[in-house]
Design a protein around this ligand. Structure first.
Ligand SMILES: Cc1cc2ncn([C@H]3O[C@H](COP(=O)(O)O)[C@@H](O)[C@H]3O)c2cc1C
Ligand SMILES: O=C(O)c1cccnc1
Length: 352
C-alpha cells in the first residue's frame, strides 16, 4: 500500500458523541448559551476531531511553509521575478519574513520546506529539502508535472505533518511561498468548484486590470487544454497544480489522519484543501479556516468546503500569515471547554 492510500484509509469522520458532549458542555458553561458564537462551533469541531471533550490543547504550534516555483510564471501572470521564491525562503530561514514575525507572536515553530523551488538553497537543519523537481512546467503548454511527481509531493506533505505530530506539535498551520502560485490556485478552485476562471482569479501580489484579464485567459487556456476531472485529484494536480499545492494537500491529509487540527491560510491553502477533500471528504473535519484572503478564489474555496473563516483583514500575502493570526482564537475556543466553570460547579443561578 502506498503512503497516500494508507493515509486516506486512516481518515475518519468527526466523532458525534464527542461533538454532542461538547455542545452540551457549552450550554452548561457560565455564560448565556450561544454567547461565544462561532467559537462555540469551533470548540465542538475540535472535540469531534479529537474524539474527546474537552479536546486536548491545540499547542504547541508549527507552521510548515511549502515553497515551489511555477512554469506558468513565463506567461506573465505576476510582476515578480521567479527568483523571489528562493530568496524569500532564505529570508524565512533567517527569520526576516512576515511569517516569522507572526509565528513569534503566537509562539509557533516555522518549518521551511523546499518541495520544488527553481533555485538552490544551502542545506541546513532549518530546511526540509524534499525537492520533487525544480518548479513545475507551464500548464498552458502541457501538464505542470507528472502524476507520479504529484503523488510524491502529496506524500512529502503527509510526511511533514506526521513528523510534526511525532515531534509533539498539536496544531498545524499551512504556509506557502511560490511566485505565480495564485494562478495555479485559481485553476484548482475553478476545477473543484466549477466556477468560471473570471470569478476565481485574482490580483495575487498586485496586478493591473490588463494583466488580470490576461491571467484569467491563462487559466482558461490551461483548463481548456487539460479538461481536468475533479474526480481524479492527482490528475488535476498534475495538469494545473503546483508542487506546494500537492504538498499542502498531503499536509492536510496527514493532519486529518492524526486527528490534529490544521489551520488553513489563504487561497493557496484553500485550493489545496479542495484537493485533499476530493481525496478524502472527511479531511475537512480537521480544517479550520484561519482567515479569508482578498483573493476571490479563496472565498469560493471556503464556500465549497463549508468552512467559515475566523478573521477577515483584507490580507493577501500567504506564507501562513493569516492562519497564524487566527491561532489564539483556535486555542481560546478549546480553552472554553477546559477552563470555564459550569453553572453547577460555580454555583451560578440560571436564567428564569
Ligand atoms: C516579496 C514577496 C513575499 C511573499 N510572501 C508571500 N507571497 C505570496 O505571493 C506569491 C503569489 O502571488 P502571485 O501569484 O501574484 O505571484 C506567493 O509567493 C505567495 O506566497 C509573496 C510575494 C512576494 C513578492
Ligand atoms: O490568499 C493568499 O494567501 C495570497 C494572496 C495573494 C498572494 N499570495 C497569497
Amino acid at each position: 500500500m502506498t503512503l497516500l492510500a494508507d493515509t486516506l484509509a486512516r481518515i475518519a469522520g468527526p466523532d458525534d458523541a464527542a461533538a454532542r458532549a461538547a455542545r452540551a458542555r457549552q450550554d452548561r458553561l457560565t455564560k448565556p448559551p450561544g454567547s461565544l458564537g462561532v467559537l462555540e462551533d469551533l470548540s465542538v469541531r475540535l472535540a469531534a476531531l479529537a474524539g474527546a471533550c474537552p479536546p486536548p490543547a491545540p499547542a504547541p504550534v508549527a507552521v510548515a511553509v511549502f515553497a515551489a516555483d511555477h512554469g506558468v510564471h513565463a506567461q506573465g501572470v505576476t510582476p515578480w521575478p521567479q527568483e523571489v521564491t528562493t530568496q524569500m525562503v532564505a529570508n524565512m530561514r533567517a527569520g526576516g519574513a512576515v511569517v516569522n514575525a507572526f509565528a513569534r507572536q503566537v509562539g509557533a515553530h516555522v518549518r521551511t520546506v523546499d518541495v520544488g523551488v527553481a533555485g538552490t538553497l544551502a542545506p541546513g537543519d532549518d530546511l526540509t529539502a524534499v525537492k520533487v523537481r525544480p518548479g513545475t512546467a507551464d500548464m498552458t503548454a502541457g501538464p505542470a508535472m507528472t502524476r507520479a511527481e504529484a503523488q510524491t509531493a502529496v506524500e512529502a506533505g503527509i510526511r511533514i505533518a506526521t513528523g510534526l505530530v511525532a515531534d509533539g506539535y498539536r496544531l498545524l498551520v499551512t504556509g506557502d511561498m511560490g511566485i505565480a502560485n495564485t494562478t495555479a490556485s485559481a485553476a484548482l478552485v475553478a476545477v473543484f468548484t466549477g466556477a468560471d476562471p473570471a470569478e476565481v482569479t485574482g490580483r495575487g501580489t498586485g496586478i493591473d486590470d490588463a494583466t488580470l484579464a490576461h491571467k484569467v485567459d491563462v487559466v482558461r487556456r490551461a483548463l481548456a487544454r487539460h479538461t481536468p476531472d475533479p474526480a481524479d485529484p492527482l490528475g488535476v494536480l498534475s495538469a494545473v497544480g503546483g508542487l506546494e499545492h500537492a504538498a499542502l494537500a498531503g499536509y492536510v491529509l496527514g493532519a486529518a489522519a492524526a486527528r490534529v487540527p490544521v489551520v488553513l491560510d489563504g487561497v493557496i491553502a484553500g485550493s489545496a484543501a479542495l484537493v485533499a477533500a476530493a481525496l478524502a471528504p472527511d479531511a475537512v473535519a480537521a480544517c479550520v479556516a484561519g482567515h479569508r484572503s482578498a483573493e476571490p478564489g479563496h472565498a469560493a474555496a471556503l464556500r465549497a468546503l463549508d468552512l467559515r473563516p475566523l478573521i477577515d483583514l483584507d490580507l493577501r500575502l500567504g506564507e501562513g500569515t493569516g492562519a497564524l493570526l487566527a491561532v489564539p482564537l483556535v486555542q481560546a475556543a478549546a480553552r472554553t471547554l477546559t477552563e470555564v466553570a459550569t453553572f453547577d460547579s460555580a454555583a451560578v443561578s440560571e436564567r428564569g
